[in-house]
Design a protein around this ligand. Structure first.
Ligand code: PLP
Length: 392
């Protein structure tokens, strides 16, 4: 098996798993003091933090005072659900949310919206719920993600917000996967709360934020000191926040050019694989309605876990949609909700690029995927580039 030089040096050869996390682009900083300290060093730390807050807020069309830093996307998502539980009579979410929403939401007996075969949340289902009596008279919370982390499919958040507001509901969206990849504006989306995370676009891990529109009620999830305007206690991660601000700024620089470049590489990846392999199902069917970096493919007759391991041995990092818990591999809840069979869900691989990936890397990934899928299917039928795979 080939062992790329970069791998021997401790780095993977081709990293095409940027929805899992994106390597940090920024190393910093001299802001070491506690931003609550009144001395000069403390003031410098606070200034740096507030500059980052203002930067990030302006990138999403928000005011600085509407942004609360958290320990990541998970905390911000949990916080939105927690607030919904504490201050609002009902919670509606979708079947394809990240577990950071789904797990707490299930405990809260939330209403779960269906999705269609293309991975879009059902507006008719939401309409039925809102028109019915189940949600009660008073406004509740509706939480639907902006871009799905496994398929990349964008959700109709603007339409959801309009519908929800007509019925006196407030709207939260998890924009962890879209922020930094495409323009995300809270006013265009019409949302009242929004989650973002630093490490999906070159910022540090363990840092996120919850946007809360001025006037929207929210209860603290973490109580203690007076940080974050009494809404989120604990000394702020100043270094992380400054890095978050810089990474967000960097991600938004030449964003359209990066978007087009990633979309082209993704198209080539899809075409290159489909030209040479039968039995490939595209789970990111609506390419025009998705974040540009993500492609999710099911390979008929292939165990994605095995493909993942073989690709890893060649220095290629990708993901399967499966959530691994206690060593047990579950088929992706997202793909199952889209009506895929458990076999199709277990054969899915997610490719997720960053602008730093290159067309040459994409060619190498195509070559490896085609060769290894054929190997795993075990049967080459003699026609160049075609395989037959065992039927179920
Ligand atoms: N929401 C989505 C859609 C995600 O993809 C992730 C991470 O994979 C999270 C939330 C959690 O974010 P964090 O890793 O910052 O806790």
């Amino acid at each position: 098996m080939r062992e790329p030089e970069s791998r021997r040096a401790g780095k993977p050869g081709i990293y095409i798993d940027h929805n899992a996390t994106s390597p940090a682009v920024i190393q910093i900083t001299d802001t070491y003091a506690n931003p609550s300290s009144p001395h000069e060093a403390g003031r410098r730390a606070r200034d740096a933090m507030e500059k980052a807050r203002a930067n990030i807020a302006s990138l999403i069309g928000a005011k600085p005072g509407e942004l609360y830093f958290t320990s990541g996307g998970t905390e911000a998502d949990n916080w939105a659900v927690w607030s919904a539980l504490c201050g609002y009579p009902s919670l509606v979410t979708s079947a394809i949310e990240h577990h950071a929403i789904l797990r707490p939401a299930r405990r809260a007996h939330a209403w779960i919206l269906e999705v269609d075969h293309a991975g879009k949340v059902s507006l008719p289902h939401l309409k039925r719920l809102l028109d019915g009596r189940e949600l009660g008279e008073d406004g509740g919370v509706i939480s639907v993600m902006h871009a799905n982390n496994e398929t990349g499919i964008l959700q109709p958040i603007r339409a959801i917000s309009e519908l929800a507001h007509e019925h006196g509901q407030i709207v939260h969206t998890d924009a962890v996967q879209s922020f930094g990849k495409i323009p995300v504006d809270v006013n265009e989306l019409g949302v009242d709360m929004m989650t973002i995370s630093a490490h999906k676009m070159g910022g540090p891990k363990g840092l996120g934020a919850l946007y809360v529109r001025q006037g929207v009620r929210i209860s603290p999830l973490i109580r203690g000191g007076h940080q974050e305007r009494d809404k989120r206690a604990g000394t702020e991660n100043v270094v992380g926040i400054v890095a978050f601000g810089l990474a967000a700024e960097y991600a938004h620089r030449d964003m359209e050019e990066k978007r087009v470049r990633m979309a082209r590489m993704r198209e080539r990846l899809l075409d290159g694989i489909k030209e040479q392999l039968d039995g490939v199902r595209n789970n990111t069917l609506l390419l025009a309605h998705s974040i540009p970096n993500t492609l999710n493919l099911s390979f008929k007759g292939v165990d994605s876990e095995a493909l993942l391991l073989l690709l890893d041995q060649e220095g290629i990092c990708v993901s399967n949609g499966a959530a691994c818990e206690s060593g047990l591999s579950e088929p992706s809840h997202v793909l199952l909700a889209m009506g895929r069979s458990p076999e199709e869900a277990r054969s899915a691989i997610r490719f997720s690029m960053a602008p730093s990936n290159t067309p040459e890397e994409v060619e190498a990934v195509i070559e490896a995927v085609v060769r290894l899928v054929k190997l795993l299917r075990g049967v080459v039928d003699g026609r160049k580039g075609h395989v037959s795979y065992p039927e179920k």
